[in-house]
Design a protein around this ligand. Sequence first.
Ligand SMILES: [Zn+2]
Ligand SMILES: [Zn+2]
Length: 183
Amino acid sequence: MHVHIFWDSLSPEGLQMPVARCISSLLGLKTTVSENPVRIAGMDMIRRQVDAQALLDSIQAYKRRQNIRDPVLLVVHQDLFREGNRFVFGLARESVGVGVVSTSRLNNEYYNLQGNDDDYIDRIVKEGAHEIGHLFGLHHCEDPECIMFKPDTLDELDRKKKNLCPACREQLEARRAGYIEEC
Ligand SMILES: [Zn+2]
Ligand SMILES: [Zn+2]
């Protein structure tokens, strides 16, 4: 079992390997990175954002066609929204094992600050690991330093550590064992 990371062509070039390595060691899961084969569905021309639910539908359909049983995380650069939210950093659909993360609001340049690849990688890792956590059945956590804490702002994302709290860690390990058996 491993997690497929699909890296879209507009996502930051050159960061995919460090991000994948870091997510692997954070969650204790194997990851593979490949070029994104999924069409970016759900573009809303008025909002200039992509509907994350429509994009998840697209990944789900691809996963079924290709008969991929392992979880899939798509990394895109388009800004994402969901009905009722101005934007989302990412979204996951646990029942079918698909998730998406946007790098759009994760770079310093978005906030008119000096760009920094280490910050950028850290944030993509935290968001990616968070969505993958959902794919393994983890819910949001109250601990502001845990990967499963739901950040509403960049500051809250930066406050998180690249780690799971002991309770979430234990739950992930139990779920992962179950996942391997099922497949
Ligand atoms: Zn979440
Ligand atoms: Zn936690």
